[in-house]
Design a protein around this ligand. Structure first.
Ligand code: GLU
Length: 478
């Protein structure tokens, strides 16, 4: 084992957004590529916004993506517990330590007082809002406020001069003047730690070596580094990844279609395709290769090639990558993955074993043409029900003459004992010859009538799967 220890630390306050998934993925890839340890930590100190449902949903999404973790909820590990609400005693200890060492102080300011300070700071052009009036209260003054039952928070005493610097893995040298860093709240009046405080205690105690996260956290990093040093923890290396944007260059959200991992799953993306695509959003392999197996990603991944500009989510590209991964599946895998989509859309009944068998044959003749599970209900419905959608325009395929031909074809097929691909083809060729028309003049309208689509698998294979009765019925009814 190397000394590389990384973590993904989601707050269970909603669904796992693809931005979060990419953060998880890059940490995971780094751990796997370096033979390091990938930790999952649930940051649920926001009592009001955290929910068990979100916690479970995040775990499900991470599992679906295949990002297994070495330490975390349900897995355990030497540095647990891995859920912040179960670590409160540790935060209490560190908070007390900060108070004892004068690194922090109790602040009794009311919201009104803070608002006054804010207005004053703005008027004076200062970035630090808190004027530190509670910094040096005497024991008596403090006792008096406590006796009055005034609520208090614990603030970290930040230096007023100098700066905090670090070399960001993604953005290079970074520097924040202390003059812009307030005495920040480490423990709220309800006794719960804030994100910045709990995060440092945990990253420090869990011996996290690299923190890779979204660049919305850049402004937290100087506060955190200050505390790492104050506690004598080894400061991890930080890398802040740019946001994922929609085509309008706003942060990717539901407005743009799918934005959470489970929405992508339900839309019909393969996890390995989403992982592949997310890896390319924010990292470049340094070659033209776009389609990666997970094992290839692990091999190729390097922190040196993280991009420092925001990435725009390109649905077309994601669909292309998905299609490439669909090609790599076996027929059995494709059928197994397609089935729940058909059930959910009401195209087949869950317990219909005949339909399940038929799907195996449909998937086989479709091959790589089935490039997106989300399309399966529409594109495959024609094999299971007469009530299937016409996905393409008819565009003159079915004039009176064509209909006459199809009805004649139906009569001839009806006379066959059974219909297989070979007999379907020879009967059609025979009729085309007799009528003196090109085979295509029969193939195209027949395909359209049978499937509602202009493209698809070999027509004769499709007819064999549909079966004589269905073919005769549909062609005879034009
Ligand atoms: N809980 C934080 C978040 O979800 C974690 C940030 C971090 O990785 O430090 O944004």
């Amino acid at each position: 084992m190397s000394h590389i220890r990384v973590r993904f630390a989601p707050s269970p306050t909603g669904t796992l957004h693809v931005g979060g998934a990419r953060t998880a993925l890059f940490n995971w890839l780094y751990a796997r590529s370096q033979k390091g340890v990938f930790v999952l930590r649930i940051e649920d100190t926001d009592q009001l916004r955290s929910t068990e449902e979100s916690h479970q949903q995040i775990l499900r999404a991470i599992r679906w993506l295949g990002l297994d973790y070495d330490e975390g909820p349900g897995v355990g590990g030497e540095y647990g517990p891995y859920i912040q609400s179960e670590r409160k005693e540790l935060y209490d200890d560190y908070a007390q330590q900060m108070l004892d060492r004068g690194l922090a102080y109790r602040c009794y300011c009311t919201p009104e007082e803070l608002e006054e300070m804010r207005v004053k700071a703005i008027a004076e052009g200062r970035q630090r809002i808190c004027d530190g009036r509670c910094r040096d209260l005497s024991d008596e003054e403090r006792a008096q406020r406590e006796a009055e039952g005034r609520p208090s928070v614990i603030r970290v005493r930040m230096p007023e001069e100098g700066s905090i610097k670090w070399t960001d893995i993604v953005h290079g040298p970074m520097e924040f003047e202390y003059a812009v860093l307030d005495d920040w709240v480490a423990v709220k009046s309800d006794g719960f730690p804030t994100y910045n405080f709990a995060c440092v205690v945990d990253d420090g105690l869990m011996e996290i070596s690299h923190v890779l996260r979204g660049d919305d956290h850049i402004s937290n990093t100087p506060r955190q580094i200050h505390l790492f040093r104050a506690f004598g923890f080894k400061v991890p290396r930080f890398g802040h990844m740019p946001m994922i944007l929609g085509p309008d260059r706003q942060r990717l959200s539901k407005r743009h279609g799918a934005a959470s991992v489970e929405e992508f799953r339900d839309a019909g993306y393969l996890p390995e395709a989403l992982v592949n695509y997310l890896a390319l959003l924010g990292w470049n392999p340094g070659t033209d290769q776009e389609v990666f197996e997970i094992s290839q990603l692990i091999k190729a991944f390097s922190l040196k090639r993280l991009n420092n500009t925001a990435a725009v989510f390109d649905v077309e590209k994601c669909r292309y990558i998905n299609a490439e991964h669909m090609k790599r599946l076996t027929d059995e895998q494709r059928a197994a993955l397609t089935w729940p989509f058909l059930v959910k859309a009401g195209v087949v009944e869950e317990d219909d074993e005949d339909a399940r068998e038929k799907l195996a044959r449909v998937v086989h003749i479709m091959g790589a043409r089935l490039s997106f599970l989300g399309d399966a209900p529409q594109r495959l419905a024609c094999y299971f029900t007469d009530d299937f959608p016409r996905l393409d325009e008819e565009e003159g395929l079915l004039d009176e003459e064509a209909k006459l031909r199809l009805r004649e074809l139906a009569r001839r097929y009806e006379k066959l004992e059974s219909l297989d691909a070979a007999s379907a083809e020879s009967v059609m060729r025979g009729l085309a010859e007799e009528l003196g028309v090109k085979l295509g003049e029969l193939v195209h309208p027949t395909r359209y009538v049978l499937t509602g689509q202009k493209v698809g698998p070999s027509l004769f294979d499709a007819m064999e799967v549909l079966g004589k009765e269905t073919v005769v019925r549909r062609l005879g009814a034009v």
